[in-house]
Design a protein around this ligand. Structure first.
Ligand code: DGY
Length: 319
């Protein structure tokens, strides 16, 4: 008998087809998010769950008394949606989908970098609203990237690749904050172990740390205050690593120049006072949203499930 897999969201057709060949699959064709009860039910009725960042797999859900599921294959690299401690304690395997989304996410960080430093999305909106007053030599001026300093917070796969892109494509100098110095970089970069120093020295700050309880509010109000008035802030990691209210206040008061955000604290709700600011570019968590990347992520999740049920080495085991 094939193992039963419950898939919590709509996934690419090619991945669905492959899953159906290998497992007994329950798909979510209408793509409505599962609530707490449905997630509990899924845990009770499936051998494995294929879920994603929008599914909050809490301790309560993991500890549901009649749990049948032995593995959660997360369709995503970030696993902050899953209570990993509870998973470990309850011997529930958790896997993720690293590597394959690095370049797509760096593309979105690049889009935000260009958009905020050239005020592109806001200017585009002015045209759409019929508010463009015509060419000007002094209005709507942005900031050159060449020779400016980008401060990368977190030199994992994505941080490192974005640092390289900023340096090699745009001629930016790179500073980075990381627990330990990164070896074998193929571009010039200087480490700052004091995060405040990096914040003070950078023209653009880009966040690439994972979420989780240690990193909640890592970019606290006090830390954000270190950002230069002329500098820009980019986040493509997770919303809860930043004090969103404090960031909004800095933007409102023009204490920093602008922000490009692809992630938010309470998705899909973005507070009005942030949404209405002209000096931000806001994207709806689309870092990995390309056809190719989503197919690769789906196939990784599937391979993790397959390896588990075939009792072979699980390629991307987190817990
Ligand atoms: C991830 O994989 O963590 C992304 O944020 C969602 O695609």
């Amino acid at each position: 008998m094939k193992p039963k897999i419950i898939v919590t969201r709509k996934i690419p057709d090619s991945v669905e087809e492959k899953l159906k060949e290998l497992f007994l699959v329950s798909l979510n064709k209408n793509d409505l998010s599962f609530d707490r009860e449905k997630l509990m039910e899924a845990m009770e009725h499936a051998d494995g769950i294929l879920c994603t960042v929008s599914d909050k797999i809490t301790k309560e859900i993991i500890e549901t008394s009649s749990r049948r599921a032995k593995i959660i294959a997360n369709f995503g690299v970030g696993v902050d949606n899953i209570d990993l401690e509870a998973a470990k304690k309850n011997e529930l395997i958790v896997t993720n989908t690293p590597d394959v989304l690095t370049e797509a996410t760096v593309d979105i960080a690049t889009l935000l970098l260009l958009s905020v430093t050239r005020n592109a999305f806001h200017s585009e909106m002015m045209i759409r609203l019929g508010k463009w007053k015509g060419f000007s030599l002094v209005n709507n001026l942005g900031m050159d990237l060449k020779g400016k300093t980008i401060g990368i917070i977190g030199m994992g796969r994505i941080g490192r690749s974005f640092a390289k892109r900023a340096n090699q494509a745009f001629g930016m100098k790179v500073l980075y904050f990381n627990r330990s110095p990164v070896k074998d970089l193929e571009f010039e970069a200087n480490v700052r172990f004091d995060l405040d120093k990096l914040m003070e020295e950078s023209d653009v700050i880009s966040v690439h740390i994972s979420s989780g309880k240690d990193n909640k509010n890592f970019l606290s109000k006090n830390r954000l205050k270190k950002i230069r008035k002329s500098a820009f802030f980019i986040n493509t990691s997770r919303g809860d690593v930043v004090d969103e209210e404090a960031l909004t206040a800095l933007l409102q008061n023009h204490e920093i120049a602008g922000a490009g955000l692809d992630v938010f604290r309470n998705e899909p709700n973005v507070p009005d006072n942030l949404r209405l600011l002209p000096n931000v570019t806001l994207l709806p968590h689309i870092g990995s949203a390309t056809i190719e990347t989503r197919e690769k992520m789906g196939m990784l999740a599937l391979n993790n499930l397959l390896a588990f049920f075939n009792k072979t080495d699980i390629p991307n085991r987190v817990v």
